[in-house]
Write a protein that binds this ligand. Structure first.
Ligand code: SAM
Ligand code: DTB
Ligand code: SF4
Length: 342
């Protein structure tokens, strides 16, 4: 090959790499996965799952609402928005001690990740110190730490990273073109900006969305494409089934076909093969058979504990029975560290 040919070849190669980086998963390709015959989709998802997670274990993550209710945002699905009459009372932030007690109980129950959620549009600078203490001390117990506090400024993400936070959860929630049907008080781009600050701070990204909000299959594919095209894609992908709460604008929608939820999990697994795909909100309404199909489709993480933030989750004891029935191992138990908060 002549030198010129070689250079031209290198330029062409670079261009094709750039294109791949720019959009690894066009929406049409993701939609084509959704449209596969169910068994073909499940086979592809199982193949990706086994190749990337040969142990096949399930991660147990426990959630705690550290600041409940009274939120100024208008997310149409959310029982914690102050403007909807849902019966959720606004409370002040928990004390560090209460959070550590809950983290200890989660660890004793077998959880390896502890996720602290706050009903904020974004944390106020005056709240940061207390949250940092929570993160530092939960981390010292040997648990992986995750927080979901709303939009972050770059400096806030850096502070959380310095406190020892492992993951930051911030969801894209839905496809860009459906977003304004659900939320008006912040933009899709605001969410992408927060995710950028989280990455720059060196935190791992936990980012997913909600299905069953009246979106089309193409829009579900649009959400997954957005997530899969993040570069790199999130380490953790929570797929929430809308929990319909009376008083929220999305209450009373026709329920999503459960097989469509299973398809969404499978497509997340195929397009983000190394991510922990979390079967998140909505498990209580799903029943065992649908959950079992979700595990088969590649879900390998759950929220574990009888409460999500404000709504019910299956009892931990029932989850242990289900995992046992399915012969699913859980991710290694955290051993209590000597000298850690007890
Ligand atoms: N306030 C912060 C925020 O919005 O980023 C953090 C907490 S917020 C409750 C975290 C996520 O929970 C939302 O982005 C949404 O994906 C999910 N969520 C809230 N209400 C839900 C519901 N009723 N059903 C399913 N998922 C829900
Ligand atoms: C996520 O994606 N789902 C969790 C967690 N991240 C914070 C929250 C689900 C909330 C369900 C409604 C509630 O309990 O208030
Ligand atoms: Fe507030 Fe978060 Fe609920 Fe939206 S999802 S209303 S930001 S707590």
């Amino acid at each position: 090959m002549q030198a010129n040919d070689t250079q031209q070849h290198a330029v062409q190669f670079q261009a094709s790499v750039k294109k791949i980086e720019a959009e690894t998963w066009p929406v049409d390709d993701v939609l084509a996965l959704f449209d596969l015959p169910f068994n073909d989709l499940m086979f592809k998802a199982q193949t990706a799952h086994r190749a990337n997670f040969p142990d096949g274990d399930v991660e147990l993550a426990t959630l705690l609402s550290i600041k409940t209710g009274g939120c100024e945002e208008d997310c149409g699905y959310c029982p914690q928005a102050a403007r909807y009459d849902t019966g959720v009372e606004a409370k002040k932030m928990l004390d560090v001690r209460e959070v550590l007690d809950a983290a200890k109980a989660a660890r004793e129950n077998g959880a390896t990740r502890f996720c602290m959620g706050a009903a904020w549009r974004s944390p106020k600078d005056r709240d940061m110190e207390k949250v940092e203490t929570m993160v530092r001390e939960v981390k010292a117990m040997g648990l992986e730490t995750c927080a979901t506090l709303g939009m972050l400024k770059e400096e806030q993400a850096q502070r959380l990273a310095a406190a020892g936070l492992d993951y930051y959860n911030h969801n894209l929630d839905t496809a860009p073109e459906f977003y304004s049907n659900v939320i008006s008080t912040r933009e899709y781009q605001d969410r992408l900006d927060t995710l950028g600050h989280v990455r720059t701070a060196g935190l791992k990204v936990c980012c997913g969305g909600i299905v069953g909000m009246g979106e089309s299959r193409r829009q579900r594919a649009g959400l997954i494409a957005q997530l899969a095209n993040l570069n790199p894609y999130p380490e953790s992908v929570p797929v929430n089934h809308l929990v319909q709460v009376e008083g929220t604008p999305l209450h009373g929608l026709d329920p999503l076909d459960p097989l469509e939820f299973v398809r969404t999990i499978a497509v997340a697994r195929i397009t983000m093969p190394k991510a922990r795909v979390r079967l998140s909100a909505g498990r209580r309404q799903m029943g065992e058979a649908v959950q079992a199909m979700c595990f088969l489709a590649g879900a390998n993480s759950i929220f574990y504990g009888d409460k999500l933030l404000t709504t019910e989750n299956p009892e931990a004891a029932d989850d242990r029975v289900l995992l046992d029935k399915l012969g699913l191992k859980t991710r290694g138990k955290v051993e209590a560290k000597a000298g850690s908060c007890s």
